[in-house]
Design a protein around this ligand. Sequence first.
Ligand code: C5P
Length: 242
Amino acid sequence: MKRYSPMVAIDVATKEEAATLFDQLTVEPRPILKIGMELYYHFGQEVVKEAQQRGFKIFLDLKLHDIPNTVKRAMYVLGQLGVDFTTIHAAGGSEMVAAGVQGLKEGAAAAGLPEPKLLAITQLTSIDETILHNEQHVDLSLVESVQNYARLAEQAGADGVVCSAQEVRAIRQVTSPDFLCVTPGIRPQNFAKGDQKRVVTPAQAHQLGSNAIVVGRPITQSGHPVEAYQAIEQEFLKAGNK
Ligand code: C5P
């Protein structure tokens, strides 16, 4: 199974904080950096390019969700950035996801770059069964809804999903073996959970079949980001060899 280096969530609001983390995380193997809406809306493509110049692969997590034509055109732009992963909401429907795939493909081809992998968001982890039933009026259980969106995303051409490690087995029941499951909600043992409710350790994520883990605060707020990253990287990638 394909396993990637941990993806470090750079959830900061200033260029200085981002640059400090880029400096601290310049190690081999390089982490993949997850740049989300906050940093991207502040600094746009500049921050992506700065990280790429330092040799980082980028997971640009912008979670697109709009009508298919708009998503296709926006993905065309993202396809030209040379990022390695980006995201879309499966809830936008199969036509929208397929349009996103097409936009990424065309944008990357126009720039002569490899196509970024497209990961779909199924149900946000902030959605629980109550919201699902009372606000979305979905009759499925949460896990069935996640399976439904994962299947839809794969059929529309997405490369994988962002999901809880605890959902990976259910998703694997309805998707092909090379469909990627990228999992946040990771906490090394003895690290405070913060606002994450259901967490697993890097080793558990490995055992549950995650292709990649997304880790933010346990690395970025640890005081020793490199040591924290390397310990997590070893635990995730090597857990199967123990
Ligand atoms: O600091 P922490 O490790 O909790 O950060 C996890 C990262 O993964 C954050 O950027 C968060 O927005 C993201 N994420 C998540 N749960 C999801 C999807 C994304 O924690 N279901």
